[in-house]
Design a protein around this ligand. Structure first.
Ligand code: PLP
Length: 402
């Protein structure tokens, strides 16, 4: 036992299952196994050249020192312009926080607002980090099961039923990781009506996949649908997914100035500021040419369609087509309870994921990690060849079940 015990806060949480899965795949590959990795949570595209160039130029200009805690004015200006275009709302520099990824901003927002026993409503399937972030900040995650019949989306009656006097936040992630689901304007209107009746509840909208969108036009936003909620909404986003910049670690939050000031206060004690060089790259990403995004989305769309087609042909698996993002959340309830050729019963999605990994070297993440057993998540941020081979192997593995 170590001299200083590890805090209860840390004991309460688990490492991110997607990070753990990615680590397991790396280990298996290092041992020489040929793994088809469908766990990746990041674009397989390279960061565009003009963004890399901006970072190199920033280094040469000597922009290698601390920046303001809440990011450079240039970056806040670029974020403000993006938010105006997306939400039809003006956010001043005092209403924008910049952090080491959207993940850090979300964590700091919870740290800034959640006290022991405060509740945070999290619709499931959820991004794996939300419940653990709430627990790490002494809060209580209130998970609401959002079934496939409702498109994996939180309904207004569900929201109404989950709100208590202790509710601090409801988290809305659209397009969603892991389902790709997104709310339409009528659904947002219904949620907004519930929220207007409960002024103590804030909303965290995680919009990290907003540009990876397969619908026509743009997906509506809560602030766009109900500007009256603006001061209670923290919009979070970043450059990781849209610009293939996961390693640069730049994300942001926009909302009420007092909340942003609290986030910045924490940031000043935690990391002082995000990386200066990455901030310069993020300015180039947000203000530079955006045309390549359409090409990237078209590539993802082609992969999505192929994947859905291939898996729909596998007895026991069914899919709701994702509207955005680069994940497919496949329903595998039709396979549970069946037996492997070795005689083992596949009782859970986790056992199914292990079976696929061990017998076919296909790595997926089981649905229970996202709060929704009976599913598994496939990332299609990988080549068509890998996806086609993986789908063929999944079909083979399923055909061998009795
Ligand atoms: C839903 C969701 N939110 C936030 C993040 C974190 O993004 P960032 O790289 O900006 O921290 C991810 C990354 O996987 C995500 O899937």
């Amino acid at each position: 036992m170590s001299a200083t015990p590890i805090s209860r806060r840390v004991d309460r949480i688990k490492p991110s299952p997607s990070t753990t899965a990615a680590q397991r795949v790396r280990e298996l590959k290092a041992e020489g196994h040929q793994i088809l990795d469908l766990t990746v949570g990041e674009p397989d595209f390279d960061t565009p050249e003009h963004i890399k160039r901006a970072a190199i130029e920033a280094i040469h200009r000597g922009e290698t020192k601390y920046t303001p805690v809440n990011g450079t004015p240039e970056l806040r200006e670029a974020i403000s312009a993006k938010l105006a275009q997306r939400h039809g709302a003006h956010y001043s520099h005092a209403q924008i926080a910049v952090g080491g990824g959207a993940k850090q901003v979300i964590f700091l927002a919870l740290m800034a607002t959640v006290d022991t026993g405060d509740e945070v409503i999290i619709p499931a399937p959820y991004w794996v980090s939300y419940p653990d972030m709430v627990l790490a900040n002494d809060g209580t995650p209130v998970v609401v099961d959002c079934g496939e019949d409702d498109g994996f989306k939180l309904t207004a009656p569900q929201l109404e039923a989950a709100i208590t006097p202790r509710t601090r936040w409801v988290v809305l992630n659209a397009p969603s990781n892991p389902t790709g689901a997104a709310y339409n304007a009528a659904e947002l209107r219904a949620l907004a009506d519930v929220l207007l009746a409960h002024p103590h509840v804030r909303v965290l909208t995680d919009e990290i996949y907003d540009e990876i969108w397969y619908g026509t036009g743009r997906a509506p936003t809560l602030v766009g649908v109900e500007p009256g909620l603006r001061d209670r909404v923290l919009v979070t986003n970043g450059v990781s997914k849209t610009y293939a910049m996961t390693g640069w670690r730049i994300g942001y939050g926009a909302g009420a100035a007092d909340l942003i000031a609290a986030i910045n206060k924490l940031q000043s004690q935690i990391s002082s500021c995000p990386s200066s060089v990455s901030q310069a790259a993020a300015v180039a990403a947000l203000t530079g040419e955006q045309d390549f995004i359409a090409g990237m989305v078209a590539t993802y769309r082609g992969r999505r369609d192929e994947l859905v087609r291939a898996l729909e042909g596998v007895p026991g698996i069914s899919c709701t087509t994702p509207q955005g993002g680069f994940y497919l959340f496949a329903n595998c309830t039709g396979l549970l309870g069946r037996r492997t050729p070795q005689g083992a019963e596949l009782g859970t999605d986790e056992e199914l994921a292990r079976y696929l990994l061990e017998t076919q070297q296909v790595a997926v993440i089981h649905g229970a990690a996202y709060g929704s057993p009976g599913y598994f998540r496939i990332s299609f941020a990988t080549s068509n060849a890998v996806l086609a081979e993986a789908a063929a192997r999944i079909a083979r593995a399923c055909a061998e079940l009795s």
